[in-house]
Design a binder for this molecule. Structure first.
Ligand code: ATP
Length: 144
């Protein structure tokens, strides 16, 4: 296995959000390691991303084997399963990843993520909706 580099970014969960995040980082020439437990998802993205591996991210041992401890940043993009997202953050904390970003789907989910040690909690749907609202209003003003 290739030696993980501290500038690398781990993206966990290749759903609609995670795949766009991983793709953008990849296009920005960052070293991205994408992880998903679904073999179908892994196969689907392996042509577009440099490194895509199949693993259950709630398993600390599996993450350790992949060399995740050597990465500087990780993003937990899992949304639907609060349990999987929380256990993944916990595993990343145990491995000592210095910058953990985690996606929350509710305020309670966000609280749990922060309390287990996520450094940044994000709400992609809420943030996109808010940005779009501003964009629509400002565009509208252009035509009045
Ligand atoms: P999106 O809105 O981004 O599509 P979602 O909430 O609809 O996300 P999720 O069920 O959160 O979808 O799953 C996002 C991805 O995370 C899926 O591809 C899923 O296979 C993956 N995933 C879920 N649990 C784990 C896990 N324990 N380990 C690795 N990957 C996982």
């Amino acid at each position: 296995a290739r030696r993980a580099d501290n500038g690398g970014i781990v993206v966990i969960g290749l759903g609609r959000f995670g795949c766009h995040l991983a793709g953008s980082l990849n296009r920005m020439n960052h070293e991205v390691l994408a992880i998903d437990r679904s073999p179908t998802k892994v196969q689907r993205w392996s042509a577009q991303l440099d490194r895509v591996v199949q693993a259950d991210s709630t398993e600390e041992g599996a993450l350790r084997q992949l060399g995740i401890a050597g990465f500087g940043r990780a993003v937990v993009a899992i949304g639907a399963s609060v349990e999987a997202s929380v256990l993944t953050v916990l595993a990343l904390v145990e491995l000592g990843v210095p910058q953990i970003w985690a996606r929350a789907t509710s305020q309670k989910h966000a609280k749990i993520l922060a309390s287990v040690g996520a450094h940044h909690v994000i709400f992609p749907e809420a943030e996109t909706g808010e940005r779009l609202a501003h964009l629509i209003v400002s565009r509208l003003l252009d035509f009045i």
